[in-house]
Design a protein around this ligand. Structure first.
Ligand code: GCO
Ligand code: MG
Length: 402
């Protein structure tokens, strides 16, 4: 089965998405997501200039060999741009193989390990009361797990807050929005938020929180400790993880479960975190970490150390990644949870898909492949719109982590 063509489709039905479509001489095609939020065009160029030319004529069934060719052959390894381009090719090829065999993708991975996939939604509020209500709306909508982000008293504009409920979108402007940050205010406030959440909603619902790389390891340890009475499902990205050892300090001081990895690209970013059992959940996902071929490797390695998966699933990952991730989640033995931010209706229409939400779970259907397609005529009606992610500064103007 020869690859006869490959094209990049950029569309912006509410937000930007980059999609790779690979065609074969047997009429079967596959699609993969290559979206890198705020840096979309760099992946488009990488695919068009350096990847597509070497794909033409190759045997589409040789997924592993093509992965190794693109990874080793580039010489310049890893990085978000390279690994997203490889992910797009990899997912499109898995899609093709599964379609050609007439099987849903999870069957090629090893078959179903579960009926449905536990997901968590994003509740955002501008203050404590607002956030307690927002979490309530998710519980009413059937969610069993909810991530709670809240405005912090005394901080004007912080991450993930008060910009719409179900359709939160951080890439909100042509040039980066500047947000303000103060960790001491946040550390004082957050336990009061989770105390109120547990008081109002009880302990059955799983609650999660994202620190978005804002704390030092010591501060993260303090936060984890102060949240212990509220039984979090996880505390995510409490500190940056370029230095994997940083998590040792956090781990020594708290039993709050730790999750990290949405910005990781390969197993090398997570190796020490996993094998030293410094985290509980690994957040790498298909589009971020080189596709199913590499994510599967990370998950298998993680399973040796009782680390479970918790794939990134924000709206900047297209429905193509969501569909492929759900097939992965349906199979992976050490599954933890899947992030699920609903896409807009415009996005859903451009990417018809075979997955559905019911009572806090997502279910994939039995359509051959990963079950997500692209309506190219509709996609063409939404031209690219430059958008960038925000940045954060401390109150004195110092640049901080976002
Ligand atoms: C999450 C993330 C996102 C990111 C976004 C960046 O946990 O879902 O932190 O909200 O900020 O994916 O593009
Ligand atoms: Mg996050």
């Amino acid at each position: 089965m020869r690859i006869t063509g490959a094209r990049v489709i950029v569309t912006s039905p509410g937000r930007n998405f980059v999609t790779l479509k690979i065609e074969t001489d047997q009429g079967v095609y596959g699609i993969g997501d290559a979206t890198l939020n705020g840096r979309e065009k760099s992946v488009v160029a990488y695919l068009e200039d350096h990847v597509i030319p070497v794909l033409i004529g190759r045997d589409a069934r040789r997924i592993e060999d093509i992965w190794q060719y693109l990874y080793r052959g580039a010489y310049w390894r890893r990085g978000p741009v390279t690994m997203r381009a490889i992910a797009a090719v990899d997912v499109a090829l898995w899609d093709i193989k599964a379609k050609a065999l007439g099987a849903p993708l999870y069957d090629l991975l090893g078959g179903r390990s579960r009926d449905g996939v536990l997901v968590y939604g994003h509740a955002n509020g501008s203050d404590l009361e607002d956030t307690v209500e927002a979490v309530g709306r998710y519980i009413d909508a059937g969610y069993k797990a909810v991530r709670a982000q809240s405005g912090v008293p005394g901080i004007d504009l912080a991450y993930g807050v008060g910009r719409g409920d179900m359709y939160y979108e951080p890439a909100d402007a042509t040039l980066p929005t500047e947000t303000v940050w103060d960790t001491r205010k946040y550390l004082r406030y957050l336990p009061t938020l989770f105390e109120a959440l547990r008081k109002e909603h009880g302990f059955d619902v799983a609650l999660l929180h994202d620190g978005h790389h804002r704390m030092t390891p010591r501060e993260a340890a303090q936060l984890g400790k102060s949240l212990e009475p509220y039984d979090l499902f996880w505390l995510e990205d409490s500190t940056p993880a370029e230095n994997q050892e940083a998590f040792r300090l956090i781990r020594q001081h708290t039993t709050t479960p730790l999750a990290v990895g949405e910005v990781f690209n390969t197993i090398w970013d997570a190796k020490d975190l996993i094998q030293e059992q410094l985290i509980d959940y690994i957040r790498t996902t298909i589009v971020g970490a080189g596709g199913l071929t590499h994510l599967r490797r990370i998950a298998d390695f993680a399973s040796l150390w009782s680390v479970r998966t918790g794939c990134h699933g924000a709206t900047d990952l297209s429905p193509v990644t969501m569909g492929a991730a759900l097939h992965f989640d349906t199979w992976v033995p050490n599954f933890g949870i899947q992030e699920y931010m609903r896409h807009s209706e415009e996005t859903d229409a451009v990417f018809p898909h075979d997955y559905r939400f019911d009572k806090g779970m997502l279910y994939v259907g039995d359509t051959p492949g990963h079950g997500v397609d692209i309506d190219e005529a509709l996609a063409a009606k939404y031209p690219y719109e430059p958008r960038q992610l925000p940045v954060a500064r401390l109150e004195d103007g110092t640049m901080w982590n976002w």
